[in-house]
Design a protein around this ligand. Structure first.
Ligand code: SF4
Length: 394
């Protein structure tokens, strides 16, 4: 596409069973031409976009992606479990819940030096975001741990210049402020799934508890990282509700992790997927629809293909990147589950023509590529010439 100055797209959307093509066209036009992210999507809007023919959905999400991001860049992130196991929450999918008999050994909080060494290794392997997770329900009563984690964040920020994200369970206004003062980039707190499916997965913490924590993070001016897990026996309606909740938050999450469930032996969900949810298998089509719709609704969010990616074939991952994913977790482990390693990922990205995203990078279109969609000019990000000079360190 380099060298093109204008391109006219004339698409006629196939009529879908629920909404007229006129409605879908109008929504697409709104999504593709808005200057500011929209947080007033209705559930019907989300459903209408989600239900487009997949071929169209992929095309338009890529148009959206290229307007807001450099399509050649993928951010490499590494996630370390800094305190493993023994969690009092009863998340049915989690190996770290004390309610689940997975044989996982609980550990204490890692010390600063150990964590810093892991961050250094991640940086040396092109990761620009370092995420730290602890298996806790909440930070209440953990003053000294909070201080230690603040020190980790500060050292990684100051000495390595990496983005930092932590996931420590529920957190209140004062605690998040303390982490912000240490230089924390983002706080992860997933909504996991739709409000209605949530009760089938977790009972010890409500959906509203989750939203309250996310609000505290947002109010404190720390970037929100929030997404969920696909493949926990949810329906297509749950995927639509999940996207509706995320896209109507006061502010879209800066980071949106999409996890593919790893059914771990000893977790209740592993059994339920063989019995209760036997008919509800997660397909690539489901994953792509979620990613594409998220990209259209939340154009500026960094969409991260997170846990479970190692179970996907390379061409499936490529489709996810084309649909709007622009970050992956890579490294030795993904908390307690397997993760594709840096070398393998770097070789794959290089093969497909991607380069690693820098830390704290704001990707702006550098060259206009004018696309006319339904008589409206849309500016696409054109791959800049200098990007061609960038090479992956191997
Ligand atoms: S809160 Fe986190 S660590 Fe605890 S059981 Fe749930 S998913 Fe696992």
């Amino acid at each position: 596409m380099i060298g093109l100055t204008s391109l006219t797209i004339k698409r006629t959307l196939a009529t879908n069973a629920i909404f007229s093509s006129t409605n879908a066209n109008k929504l697409l036009q709104t999504a593709l031409t808005t200057k500011d992210p929209i947080t007033t999507w209705t559930r019907e809007d989300v459903s209408s976009l989600f239900s487009l023919p997949l071929n169209d959905l992929l095309f338009y999400s890529q148009v959206q992606h290229r307007q807001h991001h450099n399509p050649s860049e993928i951010q490499l992130c590494t996630l370390l479990s800094i305190k493993t196991g023994g969690c009092t929450e009863d998340c049915k999918y989690c190996s770290q819940s004390s309610h689940n008999d997975t044989g996982l050994k609980a550990t204490k909080l890692l010390d600063l030096d150990t964590v810093f060494e892991k961050a250094k290794i991640a940086k040396a392997n092109n990761s620009t975001r370092f995420c730290m997770g602890s298996a806790w329900r909440e930070m209440k009563g953990r003053k000294s741990a909070l201080k230690k984690i603040g020190d980790m964040v500060k050292k990684i920020n100051d000495e390595l210049g990496m983005e930092t994200c932590v996931t420590l369970g529920m957190i209140n206004d004062e605690q998040i402020k303390e982490l912000k003062d240490s230089g924390l980039t983002a706080y992860n707190h997933n909504i996991d799934t739709s409000r209605s499916h949530y009760k089938n997965v977790i009972s010890t913490r409500s959906y509203d508890d989750r939203l309250r924590t996310i609000k505290s993070v947002n109010d404190a001016g720390v970037k929100v990282c929030s997404g969920g897990i696909l493949g926990m026996g949810e329906t297509v309606d749950d995927h639509i509700d999940f996207l509706h909740t995320l896209s109507t938050m006061e502010k879209h999450p800066e980071s949106l992790p999409i996890n593919k469930l790893i059914a771990i032996k000893g977790t209740p969900i592993e059994e339920e997927l063989k019995t209760k949810y036997k008919e509800r298998k997660l397909s690539l089509d489901n994953i792509l629809r979620v990613i594409c719709t998220a990209r259209l609704l939340m154009p500026k969010s960094i969409i991260r293909l997170a846990a479970g990616r190692y179970t996907m074939k390379e061409h499936e991952q490529l489709l996810c990147f084309s649909a709007g994913v622009n970050a992956i977790f890579t490294g030795e482990k993904m908390l307690t589950t397997m993760c594709t390693g840096w070398d393998e990922d770097i070789a794959m990205l290089k093969k497909w023509g991607y380069v690693p995203m820098e830390a704290f990078k704001k990707t702006d279109p550098k060259t206009d590529l004018n696309v006319i969609y339904n008589d409206t000019k849309i500016t696409l990000l054109q791959k800049a010439e200098e990007e061609k000079e960038k090479t992956l360190a191997i």
